[in-house]
Design a protein around this ligand. Sequence first.
Ligand code: UDP
Length: 498
Amino acid sequence: MADIALGVAADRPLSPAEDDEMTSITAVPLDSRSIDPFHALLSDDEQAQVERSLARTAADLSGRTLWHVNSTAEGGGVAEMLSTLVPYLRGGGIDARWAVIEGTDAFFDITKRIHNLLHGARAERPSAAEMDLYAEVMAHNGEDLADRVGPGDVVVFHDPQTAGLIPLVRAFGARVVWQCHVGCDEPNRHTRAAWDLLRPAVRHSERFVLTRPDYLWDGLDADRLRIVPPTIDAFSPKNQELSPETTDSILAAAGLGSDGSSHAPTFERVDGSVGRVRHRVRCHGGHPALRGDAKVATQISRWDRLKDPVGLVRMAADHLRARADVDLILAGPEIGTVTDDPESAGVYADCCTAWDALEPSLRERVHLVQVPMADDDENSAIVNALQRRSDVVIQKSLVEGFGLTVAEAMWKRRPVVASAVGGIQDQIEHGRSGLVVEDPHDLAGVATAVLSLLDDPTAAEQLGTEARERVRTYFLAPRQLQQWCELASELAPAASAA
Ligand code: UDP
């Protein structure tokens, strides 16, 4: 594999059609949010520590901006995290901003293949010409960033889609961090091929942020490594408390089941106003979905092969046929809405093909659900209600960087059954705060674990209680805010000059 210098303007210009497709970097509009509500969940000491960190970093940055740059404003874990983290940083007096790069369809196809390779999955390796196109898209975005980012600003780039910007942005004096949310437990030749493609750009980063120590790449300086596992926001529409009645009415308003309750399908928006669920989900086969008395097992994920939704439809065929009391829900974003995920339509189509092959009685109980994305907060509220309605939450990923959906379900005291891969292993202590299945391809193992919990509500409740406490201790936003403050302060001009 040629050592291609990413982020350097390529010889091959974008075609006129591709150039038309490109607009520019988008600044995601964000509010500021106070961390005060966390006081209800943290000790006085813990709360004071976070407040001190934010204040120190705001002073260290002294007028400089902390940028986060990624490739989509909605859909997937990174967008989810930034949408809560950046407002809290702003609320702490830090000028934090979030920018989203622009890319062409061909660009996102290339970066999705790099993403899959990084995970150790087989994917066609980008050719030299394709990497030239990648570099051209980076150069286009780099020009735009140069107008916005000042020397001394701290810029955090996320994932392969933005890695090529690192040398460009360093060249004009910004301090640069690269966070890769993708990692591989056992790097193979696919992973190494992706490392070789990206390393020429990534090695210019002053810090590498990964979610697990094992994910450090060959050839990157371990001294610059920082480990920052993701966290969830307990107060976002995704995770805020919902009563059982509101949960039911939200699901009913979204078209998932009937509603006997007189509660309004409302939730609190990120800006504090009251939102109401107005859009309906789409279910393949047009079924009215959930029966009121069904035991429900759910996986919520992007339509991505590495989350193995097709495997779960097969699991239903092979292992849930005799369980007329159990519904399986596979939910994900409405197709065509996650800009940096070009494979979703194909994966969803494969799920539909597998569903079409189910016998009719199973089709009544297996639901392929596209959650509306027209309104981010509403999407989150529907996901929140789905997770709360679930008796068991599944995350049958074949690989996983971290798996925010696991922490989200654990916070809601749901018993989770998940593959023992990637960051899922850091979240669930098997048998204590959830169940993990060693072999991520083991459909029978997942089914057995799910049914064992559906059939033993007491054990399920115990796991859920421990799960909640584990998230409270390790995976709530204040911990991550503190880590980001430390990192930004290390690189901030005031601290560097000291
Ligand atoms: N998600 C969502 N709507 C959907 C499906 C998923 O908001 O229809 C969210 C999910 O709740 C989680 C994120 O997308 O917050 C997925 O993050 P995770 O780390 O599990 O996986 P990734 O997509 O980053 O691979």
